[in-house]
Ligand binder design. Structure first.
Ligand SMILES: CC(C)(COP(=O)(O)OP(=O)(O)OC[C@H]1O[C@@H](n2cnc3c(N)ncnc32)[C@H](O)[C@@H]1OP(=O)(O)O)[C@@H](O)C(=O)NCCC(=O)NCCS
Length: 155
């Protein structure tokens, strides 16, 4: 297996050229949020108010993960985060960089929701000091499951 920990990793804003790589990562991840093709096309319109970051291996420009978040008047919601290889620190690196990005842009708080059973994602959010602040009963379908809500307050 490629050892991503010793590879030079770069985090940068995504562009529409990255859509195929982003879709591939999403489609290979059972627990990612799954979007329709047109939602990806809309991502890079200025009206979408979204920030899309990718983490890439700069030795070969391969996209190894992405994060999508939406800014609603200073309250940001993380809509998706996926990495190619779990438990190599990619998620920590990508989410930390996003938090710096949002803070620099004056974010007051970051929100997200996640399936209760998604222990990998929940471990990542808790590691970066998100606090559990609610539950939505039976929020997800196929399979039905509660959503756990997390919040990170900056101010
Ligand atoms: C969620 C996700 C982005 C986390 O990224 P990652 O690169 O695996 O996370 P990291 O390696 O940075 O690990 C972060 C912390 O979570 C812990 N962790 C990771 N996977 C875990 C698991 N399956 N169970 C328990 N803890 C886990 C790690 O141990 C680490 O904590 P530590 O540094 O104290 O040891 C990744 O698992 C993923 O792509 N999942 C599929 C898509 C998804 O479910 N996205 C979220 C919902 S939209």
């Amino acid at each position: 297996m490629r050892n991503l920990e010793v590879r030079p990793l770069l985090i940068r804003p995504a562009t529409s050229v990255d859509i195929p790589a982003i879709k591939t990562l999403e489609q290979h991840s059972a627990t990612a949020a799954h979007w329709k093709p047109e939602q990806y096309e809309h991502l890079f319109r200025t009206s979408s108010q979204r920030t899309v970051l990718v983490i890439e291996d700069s030795s070969n420009q391969r996209v190894e993960g992405f994060l999508v978040a939406r800014d609603s008047g200073g309250e940001w919601e993380i809509e998706n985060i996926v990495v190619s290889h779990q438990r190599h620190g990619l998620g920590t690196h990508l989410l930390s960089e996003f938090l710096n990005h949002a803070r620099r842009r004056g974010a007051a708080a970051i929100f997200l929701e996640v399936r209760e059973s998604n222990l990998a994602a929940r471990a990542l959010y808790q590691k970066l000091r998100f606090e559990k602040n609610g539950r939505r009963k039976s929020y997800y379908r196929d399979p039905e499951e509660d959503a756990i809500l997390y919040r990170l307050q900056f101010t």
